[in-house]
Design a protein around this ligand. Structure first.
Ligand code: ATP
Ligand code: MG
Ligand code: MG
Length: 370
């Protein structure tokens, strides 16, 4: 009955803690939010900052194995923890995933295709990037971006200076704008014995830079889906991953695959697995980091996941819980600020499979777009 230590107090920690409890583990959270999403369901919490050595030591003494629930926890803090307890995934993987330049260099070295990119530290670098990549391109901060924050699209030479100035602190990375046919992701888990399992490829739609809908399985040709799973496994092996990893990809119009970014933790686009799979991504994550066997990542139903973002979506909560067929998940956040992820809803299609666009909207009931 060992204790799983989770660094970070958000919804991914919450759902990991719930999965841990189901498998007989206790979850202990390091967070500075005493009543945050994860703390509410945890067995215990250590209150403190992710880089506070004293809090980190107290946290380590309360747990048996350590994981983290988002990329932007302190890498130095995790390194300190690595000296005291087993940390899975490793601190090295965290460092790669929290810096877009390190991530792209790693993927290049692993032979995993990514969009053409150019490192940008100075205005001159940015002009060079425009030369090398052509217009339009996307300029991103290397660190701390999420939900499309920390990005600017550069359409014309006139946008260069403004984008550069808007995205301090530098360095930045410029990426060729990919005219993708669709965006997908693959959740891959790898155990301590090197076993890997992948969930079905997920098709993702964003709205205002935030994930809006995930559809499983992605409506892409079977050979492309198989390649996407292979790519995810290749990344997991190259990282020597123990745990779960979300790999975001673009599928171009010829079926070519480019990796966008990786996240060594349960991923928002994998939340459909909570209702559509006997062993969901959180259970798979907990199994991988605690050394339990990894069962096949079977899916029993087609599924759609919709994120509940901000006060507008949460205003629908009473009708969401009153609508048969909607499977709601609440993150326990007190305040529904605009753009904040408050929960999600899954809808299963166990018989006929995913319907067309109108069918998906209709199945979302009170969440259907007007
Ligand atoms: P997340 O919330 O997934 O962590 P993020 O802020 O880290 O997002 P990205 O995933 O890099 O940002 O980009 C957000 C979205 O912007 C992508 O899902 C995609 O829709 C679009 N995008 C990013 N890079 C490119 C690109 N090179 N070409 C085309 N579209 C892109
Ligand atoms: Mg990201
Ligand atoms: Mg992303």
């Amino acid at each position: 009955n060992s204790v799983l230590g989770i660094v970070g107090g958000g919804q991914l920690g919450r759902m990991s803690a719930m999965a841990a409890a189901r498998l007989g583990f206790r979850a202990h959270i390091l967070t500075n939010e005493p009543d945050g999403p994860a703390a509410q369901v945890a067995h215990g919490i250590t209150l403190g900052a992710y880089d506070d050595p004293d809090a980190l030591r107290r946290f380590a003494s309360a747990v048996d194995v350590v994981t983290f629930e988002f990329e932007n926890v302190s890498a130095d803090g995790l390194e300190l923890l690595s000296g005291l307890r087993t940390v899975r995934p490793s601190g090295r993987i965290l460092r790669v995933s929290q810096d877009r330049l390190a991530e792209k260099r790693f993927l290049d070295d692993a032979g995993v295709p990514v969009a053409p990119w150019h490192a940008v530290e100075s205005r001159q670098d940015l002009d060079d990037a425009a030369q090398a990549l052509g217009l339009p391109f996307i300029l991103k901060t290397t660190r701390l971006g999420y939900d499309g924050k920390g990005q600017r699209r550069v359409h014309t030479a006139g946008d260069l200076a403004g984008a550069f100035d808007a995205l301090a602190p530098h360095p930045l990375v410029a990426e060729k704008m990919i005219d993708f046919a669709c965006e997908v992701s693959v959740m891959v888990a790898r155990g301590i014995d090197g076993t890997t399992v992948t969930f079905d490829v997920t098709e993702n739609r964003h709205r205002n830079g935030i994930l809006d809908l995930s559809l499983a399985p992605a409506r892409i040709p079977p050979d492309v889906a198989a390649q996407a799973r292979d790519v995810a496994v290749r990344v997991a092996m190259a990282l020597d991953l123990v745990g779960l990893l979300g790999v975001e990809m673009f599928i171009d119009r010829d079926g070519g695959i480019l990796v966008n970014e990786i996240a060594p933790r349960p991923h928002n686009s994998g939340h459909w697995t909570m209702d559509a799979c006997p062993v969901d991504q959180f259970a798979m994550h907990v199994r991988a980091i605690t050394g339990l066997p990894l069962p096949p990542a079977i899916r029993h139903s087609d599924a759609v996941m919709k994120n509940l973002v901000g006060p507008d979506d949460m205003a629908q909560w009473p009708s969401i819980v009153a609508t048969p067929g909607l499977l709601p998940h609440h993150y326990g956040k007190a305040e529904a600020r605009p753009g904040r992820k408050m929960g999600h809803v899954n809808v299963l299609f166990p018989h006929g499979g995913l319907p067309g666009e109108f069918g998906v909207e209709a199945a979302l009931g009170p969440l259907a777009r007007q």
